[in-house]
Design a protein around this ligand. Sequence first.
Ligand code: AHR
Length: 532
Amino acid sequence: MDKKKLSGMRTLSAALLMGLTIPLGAQNARIKIDIDRKIGEVDKHIYGNFVEHLGRCVYGGIYDEGSKLADEKGIRLDVLEAVKGLNVSITRYPGGNFVSNYHWQDGIGPKDQRPPRMELAWSRLETNRFGTDEFVDFAKRVGTEPYFSVNMGTGTIEEAQQWVEYCNVKEGPYFAELRKKNGHPEPYGIKYWSLGNEMDGFWQMGHLNAEDYAKKAREAAKLMKLTSPDIKLVAAGSSNYRPNADPNEWNATILHELRDVVDYIALHMYVGNPDNNYYNFVSTPLVLEERTRVVKGLIDREMEQADRGNRPPIYIAWDEYNIWYRARNEETMAGTRALEEHYNLEDALVIAGFLNAFIRNADVVKMANMAQLVNVIAPVFTNETGMFKQTIYYPLQLFANNVHGTALDVLVDCDTYDTDRFFIGLGESTTQQKNVPYLDVSATYNNGEVIICVVNRNKDKAITTDLILQEGKFTGDFQVFEVNGPDIKSGNDFGKTTVETVQKPALKVKAADKVTYSFPPHSFTMLKGKIQ
Ligand code: AHR
């Protein structure tokens, strides 16, 4: 039974005795907002994304040579428009598992002379017709900052240095001149670089143990920074949370070894609903939050002894996160149609939950990248004749375009539920989640405006909620945006949009310190209003 149900029943019988009507099935809650209770500044780079040479993310996704929907450079214009709507601040490239056997020089120069290679991570033929220069051009057109990942698997530290030289050195040395010769006179100024991908994973080509990884990453970082001193470096934190792994041992070791060197530690998380348990599934963002807190503790411990000059502490980059469990068997993880997930409303609620979790940890989470941008576990899905926006597109779009400023620590008082210990995606089991609030909330304050993001996890009941301002008054109407659908399993498809953002009638506010709103079942709502 819900924790508050008993007292709710008492209220109900008292109300019936007094002849009052209480809508059956409703719940009540309070959210208290205090603009002095600051968590940290929301970094725009939490609205990042990821493009990997995998399935149809690049070929047939952003780049589709010969398609009627592409321009003369092969860029799909319908995809470009949809991606622009996501206001993607930073985009990681070119992998993922792909990068651990990628040699960047294969992807530059005249296209017809680039070598086709066996792509071993996802079993494809890699033509290399899309590479560094094409990605930088795409990123410019989208208005997103490129974030490159170097090959720490089969690659060398010298190769990493040469890539930085190609991208960031104006003129003189061989690779800078090669970029110019390839038609790009100005350096690209790529600021963000990650030192490999998921190097703790046994599946990674060139997988290393923590000590060996730290040594290689430190030396690569040295050469890369000598080449371009202002770059920011991201260490590959643990992605392996399977039962026999020891993810925090890895994280502790690399943080210790690289504490003076790197700017971020990367973490990855994919969740799913393999046993079709809605309440377990929608509480998975709390698992991400739990992992964030643990790694934050490890960072804090190392920062006490670190020698970082006046650089800020190491931050967390959740540089891969999403829902991925349906397209996760031998057949759906290989070839040109790999990892094509078709999302529904419950998935969109989980994404809103992840984004809320990033906001609630804005002091330490300074980058996050949805994996991935197009077709491959992605918000945008194409075929030869068009595209559609998946359900998960909408919460990401709302956050990326509205939630900026200072994250606030809000009090949420609502009914809760407990989950069992359960599996997220494949192979990883969670600890039991206790007291999961039906309302998942974040609040941000930006230039006199408060933005409140609320997932009502309750599948069946609306939750009538008092939004209480601790000091000052809400003024003017609140804009209300909602992502919802007829059913938690509703999804979108070509020519069919069932789940999307709907702007609801404004919430009328008469200068007051309290407004009441009823959050519908299985919904994500964003409220935006002025305060004085
Ligand atoms: O995003 C799909 C894959 O998931 C990435 O290539 C890898 O880094 C992770 O395991």
